[in-house]
Design a binder for this molecule. Structure first.
Ligand code: GYE
Length: 335
């Protein structure tokens, strides 16, 4: 009885203290779940997929009561490195990194390791010279697999058409040095080796952006004789293809069923619209909801649990038959 009374007195005192803005002292350890502070060094905001990924990381943090320090890397490695250094200085509980490029992370990863702050990779991969610096784990799709899927679909789609004996492909490449661009290109190239009729005749970098894709396609239209002998466009992401569609429309070049075949990666809402409008053929879809797994990985690392090196997210394919329904669903969810 006495204890209960004392408890309610303390509770009342705590209420009045917090009402005037004084922090109520709680044991950091006892409250570790609720008070987790995580720094997230995001690549940038270059594409629709990236924006969906950022939004889902923020929403999941709110849902889980995590204090998220978010940094937009503006597509620059130096901005991401500076963000990680500031997370270390703030003594965050964990760092989540979505790296723009593969290499050049050793020094800052060592600083995080020395500060005993676990680093989790999401999305793109890194290559380190010292293997002990590789982050605790990675949550991401298999980009090489995505390239293989895209090329396999193209081999099947072009067989039995006017392009069966020779399918010339133009490629829109993502950010130079990023594992997403490197691995997708490599997976695609590996499958092409099995189909000698298919070959990439020209590639242009579009930096994973719409504007970049449009400019890259304008250059390709000029250099490739208005795409007269081109059977397919392979784009490392949707936004570049969506930008390219603007250039293709201006040049009066038909894509999609009955025109130049297209295949791209991401599954953004606008791509489902373009596909349901008959402008594109195939999509390898990348899921943007990585937050729950990434935050769980931070908690596991803090608890000293061993993590698998890589949790692979699925990459399903989507085609025109379901595009209208997909578009309806994603545009309703956005509004
Ligand atoms: O496909 C693209 C984004 O790294 C896998 O980056 C990601 C890619 C994604 O900008 O849209």
């Amino acid at each position: 009885m006495k204890l209960v009374k004392l408890g309610s007195l303390v509770f009342a005192a705590a209420l009045s203290i917090s009402a005037i803005g004084v922090q109520f002292p709680v044991s950091a350890k006892a409250n570790a779940q609720a008070t987790l502070t995580i720094g997230f060094a995001q690549t940038g905001s270059e594409s629709g997929w990236r924006t969906a990924f950022t939004n889902s990381m923020k929403a999941e943090a709110t849902k889980e009561g995590i204090t998220l320090q978010f940094s937009d890397g503006q597509q620059k490695q130096e901005v991401q490195i500076a963000a990680i250094r500031s997370f270390i200085a703030q003594k965050v509980d964990g760092i989540i990194l979505a790296p723009i490029v593969e290499t050049g992370w050793d020094a800052v990863l060592k600083e995080a390791k020395d500060a005993k702050i676990p680093v989790i990779l999401v999305d793109r991969d890194v290559k380190v010279n010292d293997p002990t610096l590789y982050p605790v784990t990675r949550v991401a799709a298999d980009f090489n697999h995505e390239g293989r899927l895209a090329a396999s679909w193209l081999a099947a789609a072009s067989a039995g058409t006017q392009w069966a004996s020779g399918c010339n492909i133009v490629e829109l490449q993502g950010t130079t040095g990023s594992s997403a661009a490197i691995d997708r290109a490599a997976g695609f190239a590996d499958v092409l080796k099995l189909f000698p009729a298919l070959k990439i005749v020209a590639s242009q970098n579009g930096d994973f952006t719409r504007d970049g894709g449009q400019k890259a396609m304008e250059a390709l239209i000029k250099s490739q004789n208005n795409l007269k002998d081109i059977c397919a466009i392979w784009s490392h992401n949707d936004d570049m293809l969506l930008g390219a569609l603007v250039a293709l429309k201006t040049a009066g070049i038909k894509t999609g069923p009955g025109g130049i075949l297209t295949v791209s990666v991401d599954g953004v809402c606008d791509m489902f619209k373009a596909m349901s409008d008959g402008l594109t053929n195939a999509n390898v879809t990348l899921l943007p909801d990585l937050g729950q797994l990434a935050y769980q990985a931070v908690r596991d690392a803090i608890a000293g649990k061993t993590e698998p090196p890589w949790t692979v997210m699925p990459s399903p394919m989507n085609f025109p038959d379901t595009a209208a329904a997909k578009y309806k669903a994603c545009s309703a969810a956005a509004s």
